[in-house]
Design a binder for this molecule. Structure first.
Ligand SMILES: C[S@@+](CC[C@H](N)C(=O)[O-])C[C@H]1O[C@@H](n2cnc3c(N)ncnc32)[C@H](O)[C@@H]1O
Length: 215
């Protein structure tokens, strides 16, 4: 098992509880997302975590596949789908680069709270572009740790970064700004159709972007 999987397995136990303090931001991002979903959509929730977003969107789309490298996150997500009676949601332990995911097979790909903590975001946006159907949508919400935040959140982030530096937290946590996400999406051949900087104690950047047509 990789250190990253081990870390997220451990984090899964209290994940929903610790994220409650950012519930305003998460709800706002999910609300913005719903406007872009259609009954015919096949959706991939990349890094689905405990499956909150997938379960919330299930009734609005044809099918959702939630993938995550943490088997513990997936176990909690599967329980949530059973509790919510979400039959068109399928959670599986998988990495987005696995060959079983076919090119141009998804209408929408979601990446909530992911892009600030993956080793190579450029690689990820390229892969997402490849997996989206022509005109497919990439919808993300990314914590912007390089922007405004409350004193308390700032202290917590400083502690997290010290733990990262000493290897206690074995994943990158970058100080992303909304402009970095704009740049990433433009270079990844996406055209932004909606964006919003959401702030409540911490900053998060919501973006819905369409896969650009290659010329
Ligand atoms: C900050 S959590 C976000 C979870 C969820 N999207 C949310 O908004 O609550 C990041 C998640 O990404 C997963 N993850 C990290 N690297 C991944 C990868 N390469 N492929 C799939 N999932 C990954 C972690 O296991 C973790 O559940």
């Amino acid at each position: 098992m990789s250190k990253s999987e081990e870390f997220w397995d451990k984090a899964s136990k209290n994940y929903d509880k610790t994220e409650e303090r950012f519930e305003y931001i998460h709800k706002k991002a999910r609300g913005n997302t719903q406007k872009h979903l259609k009954e015919s959509h096949v959706v991939l929730d990349y890094g689905c975590g405990t499956g909150t977003a997938s379960c919330e969107f299930a009734s609005q789309v044809k099918e959702i596949r939630g993938i995550d490298i943490s088997s513990e996150m997936i176990r909690i997500a599967q329980q949530k789908a059973i509790t919510n009676k979400s039959e068109n949601v399928n959670f599986e332990k998988a990495d987005i680069f696995e060959s079983k995911f076919q090119k141009e097979s998804f209408d929408v790909i979601l990446a909530f709270n992911m892009l600030h903590t993956v080793p190579d975001p450029r690689n990820i946006t390229q892969r997402i572009n490849e997996l989206l159907k022509p005109d497919g949508l990439f919808i993300s919400a990314t914590p912007c740790l390089g922007q405004e935040m409350s004193f308390l959140v700032s202290l917590q982030i400083q502690l997290v970064r010290i733990l990262c530096k000493f290897g206690v937290i074995p994943i990158p946590i970058r100080r992303v700004k909304s402009t970095d996400i704009d740049d990433l999406l433009a270079k990844g051949e996406f055209e932004t159709i909606e964006s919003e900087e959401i702030f409540k104690g911490a900053s998060s950047y919501f973006v819905a972007a369409r896969k650009s047509h290659k010329t």
